[in-house]
Write a protein that binds this ligand. Sequence first.
Ligand code: MG
Ligand code: MG
Length: 645
Amino acid sequence: MFQTPDLGGPGTGRPGPPVRRSIATISLSGPLEEKLAAAARAGFDAVEIFEGDLITSPLSPADVRLRTADLGLAILLYQPFRDFEAVPETLFQRNLRRAERKFELMASLGADMLLVCSNISAAAIDDDALAADQLWQLAERAAGHGIRIAYEALAWGRHISGYERAWKLVDRVAHPRLGLCLDSFHILSLGHDPAAIRQIPAEKIFFLQLADAPLLNMDTLAWSRHYRCFPGQGGFDMTGFMADVLASGYSGPWSLEVFNDVFRQADAERTAVDGMRSLLALEEALALRPGLSPGPVTLAGLPAPVDLTGYAFIELAVDGLMEPVTEYFLHGMGFARTGRHRSKPVQLWQQAGARILVNRTRADDPGQPHGHAAVSAIAVESRNPVRSAQRAQALRAPAIPRSVGPGEADLPAVTAPDGTTLFFCQTDASGHAGWAGDFEPVPEPPQRRPLLTAVDHVALSQPFDYFDEAVLFYRSLLGMHSQPNEEVASPYGLVRSRAVRSVSGGVRLVLNVPLLGGGRLAETATYQHVAFSCGDIFAAAQAMRSAGIPTLPIPDNYYSDLIARFDLTDELADRLRQSGVLYDRDARGGEFFHFYTAVLGRRLFFEIVQRTGGYDGFGAFNTPVRMAAQLHYAAAGRLQLARVN
Ligand code: MG
Ligand code: MG
C-alpha cells in the first residue's frame, strides 16, 4: 500500500516514482462529466470527487467509476466528511451511521480514501481523548470496508485547526487506517510553520492538497472560499512548503484543491491546463532547490528557461481604416518603413532597436466594427528559440500551426491566454534575424537621428476570467520574475496590474485586468500599449509634437502635486508640464520620465519612456492620472466631432 524500496527514493540512491498529479473536482466549473473530461485532457492522473459534484450529477456512483476509468483517471479520495469527531455519544452514533452510508457509496465509486475534516460545529467538545477514541472507532469501521481515513485540520476548525495538533491526534489514535491530509492553504493561511511536517512519518501522511492564495488579512473561511488559487498564483511559499513535505519522505499524490470566484465560472478545460502548468512549474522550482535529491518522488523535468534579452518585434493587427492612421503615428514617432513581407500584407517599420510589424488584417468584414488596431503578436529574442518553444510546449502552451511560404523563416510560436501570439526569435551574432529575411527592403529614406531606441515594455489587457492564468503562463513559460499585484484606481473602477520581467530585464510585460467585470470601466479596460525607450524624453516629446502626433494632455493639478511629492525644482516641473511628461522616482534616486500618445482606434496607444539610475518600475503612481486623462481626451474628441458634424 505504501512506498516500497523498489521505487527508489531516500536512502536508495535513486529518485522515487514520478509525481502523481491529481485535481479535486470542485476546482473545475461545470457538471461532473465535464470536469472529469477536462482533468483527463489536461493530463492529470487522478481526481478527488467532491460530494457536491456527485449529488448534483445524474450519473450513478458506478457510472462515475466507469467514466473515470475510461478517461484513465483514478479516484483517489472522496470528500468532505464533516463534523464527525469529539461529539456527545448520541450524535456520535448517528455520525457512525452516516459514515457507513458513505463507505457503501465509496465502494460503488471505487474510492478507498475518505477525507474527514476537523469538526467545526458547536457540538464539538474540546477533548482530544474523546476525539481520539471516536476517530479510532471510525478507522475500525473503515477498515471493514477497505477504506482509509485522511484527517484534515480546517483552518477554521472549532478545536482542531492546526496540522500539528491534528498530527498529535492521529498519532495518539495509532490506527493503520487513519492518517493525515495536509492542505497547504489551511497550514499557510494560519501562518503556521510547515517545518514540523518533516518529522511526521511519511506513511501517516495519507494525502496532500495544494492551494496557494494572495496574501490577505481576512477570515480564513472567506479567504479559502473566494481566493484560493493554483500554486505560484498567490503569495504563499509553496516551494518551501513542498520542500518540507518531501523531506518527510511523502511520495503520494499532489492534488490541487482550489476554488475561487473566477474559477467557478471559468472554462473547465482552461482551468485544468492552468492547474497542470502550476504543478509542473512547482515541481521545477523544487527540483532546482538545493539539497533535495534523490527525493521520494521524481519531479517533472522541463527544458530550462532561456533568458530573453529583448523584443525582436511587436506585431500590430490593423484594419483598413486604421492602417494609414497607424502609419501616420509610426512615422511621426520616428519610425521608417524598411520592409515589406514577401507573401503577406505585413510592413516592417523600424528605428534603432525598435521594430514594429503592421499587419493589415482582413477583419474588414461587416460584423466587425471598424477602427481595429491591437497588439497581435510579441516576438522575443531568445538565446535558444527551439528550447524556448520546447519549454512552452512542456508547460502545455498551445502551439500555433503556421503557414510559412517557401524560403520563409519558421518561427516557433505559441498562443498566450489573452490570444496574443508569442514568437521566439534569435538575431545571430552578425545581426542577422532569420525572420527579417522574409521582408523585401523598401526604398524609403531613413529619418534623421532616431528618437526611440527599443521596445521598453508591452502592457496587455487580460480577459477577466484568465488573469491569474495569464500571469502564470508568461512567468513560467518565459522564466520571468513577477512583481506583486498593484491595484490602480481608474475613474470608473479598480484595475489590477501585474508586471513580469525577464531575468536580464530585456523583456517586460504589464498585465492588466479590471477588478470587477462590466460597468463603465469596460470602455478603457481593454486598452493596451507598447512603450518605447528613448535617450531624451524632452527631445522626443518635442519632435513628436512637431510631427503632429497627438499626445495625452496631463492636468495641471498633477504637476502641483508632483512638486510637493518630490520637492522638484520649478525649472524641471515647468519642463515636465510644458512637454506633458509624467515623472516618478524610486527610493534609490532612479528616475522615470514618460508620456503617452492618443489612442489609435479603440484600444491601442503608445508610451515613450526614459529610465535613469536603474529605475525598474512603470510609474504605477501615474497610471490613475493617465486613465483619467484618457477618458477626458476621448470625451473631448467626441465633442469635437459633434461640432464638426
Ligand atoms: Mg482541503
Ligand atoms: Mg506603461
